[in-house]
Design a protein around this ligand. Structure first.
Ligand code: GLN
Length: 304
């Protein structure tokens, strides 16, 4: 049996001495207060054993990792109808780029870049009775963690400075690819991104993508085909213009966020979440990527 606990403790120890920890995101002012010296990792295997090291129980802003969760809820509700409004190709661009969106007539490249995630938010707003509450309940139920919450300060901070997202939403609206008004869609989006969670809580959520759509209590949230598609999107689009590098170095479907989190999984084997707020130039957690590279190299467990 693989000594996951020994390996993640070792990785955490190795990373302590690294001086260049990247740069904490500051374009959302509230994120800039994060401490660059934090590092946490939590892994859950298919037998439901949990392994933790570092600051794995400290809550952080999950940001774009939330796009996978809203996508999961939207697929549960509208399933393949979603693909009429969002494509499934990697963009090769940063998460907030707009040029392709204009060139491709308001159809975002994929649901994991900002424009695509805004369309997913729009779908949920049209389909759910109380979108923000219902989305939060969906997330809390999967993880069986009733204390997961939106961080209102982070949501407000992004509302004040998220100009690129306003631009994306207006562009989508101009192409007729938003049913609801721009402010409503952005309010939902900023809240979903503001979700605060620990590595441990987030790993309990990502368990469904490792476990064929079933949560830790074996309730089914997604069918096998939906999980296959979400995992394919994470592999090809989860790290924006660094998706190739992540596949090359780590070899797992996963998703990053500018709060410094990365969630990744190996189907039927394990899911893992790392958190370290310093980002590399592509906006992905610097130490998180290093840690996951070491994890898949040392365990020999990647999709390849
Ligand atoms: N809320 C952030 C934004 O839209 C999310 C970006 C990210 O985590 N990559 O800019």
């Amino acid at each position: 049996m693989i000594d996951f606990q020994g390996i993640i403790e070792d990785i955490t120890r190795n990373l302590k001495s690294i001086e260049d920890r990247g740069t904490v995101a500051s374009y959302i002012p509230e994120l800039a207060i994060a401490n660059k010296h934090k590092f946490g990792i939590h892994l859950i295997d298919s037998q439901n054993n949990s392994y933790s090291a570092g600051d794995a129980e400290e809550a952080f802003s999950i940001q774009s990792i939330s796009k996978v969760l809203s996508l999961a809820q939207a697929m549960g509700v509208v399933d393949n109808k979603l693909w009429k409004r969002v494509s499934v190709e990697p963009s090769g661009d940063p998460f907030n780029h707009l040029s392709l969106l204009e060139m491709e007539n308001g159809i975002p490249r994929n649901p994991l870049i900002n424009a695509g995630a805004l369309v997913v938010c729009d779908v949920l707003i049209s389909q759910l009775k109380n979108p923000k509450e219902d989305f939060l309940t969906f997330v809390r139920n999967i993880a069986n963690e009733p204390t997961i919450h939106y961080d209102e300060k982070v949501a407000l901070s992004e509302k004040r400075t998220g100009f690129k997202n306003y631009a994306a939403a207006y562009l989508l609206k101009s192409y007729g690819n938003l049913e609801n008004d721009v402010d409503t869609v952005l309010d939902f989006y900023f809240h979903q991104c503001s979700l605060a969670m620990s590595c441990k809580q987030l790993a309990k959520l990502f368990y469904i993508f490792m476990n064929r759509g079933k949560c830790l209590r074996e309730k089914e949230y997604l069918n096998i085909n939906q999980v296959k598609r979400i995992n394919a999107l994470m592999l090809t689009c989860g790290f924006y213009d660094e998706a190739g590098e992540f596949a090359f170095e780590v070899g797992l479907p996963g998703k990053s966020g500018v709060g410094g989190g990365i969630a990744a999984l190996l189907p039927d084997q394990y899911c893992v979440v790392t958190w370290s707020p310093g980002l590399n130039q592509k906006g992905n957690s610097k130490l998180g990527m290093l840690a996951l590279e070491q994890l898949t190299t040392r365990t020999g467990l990647s999709i390849f």
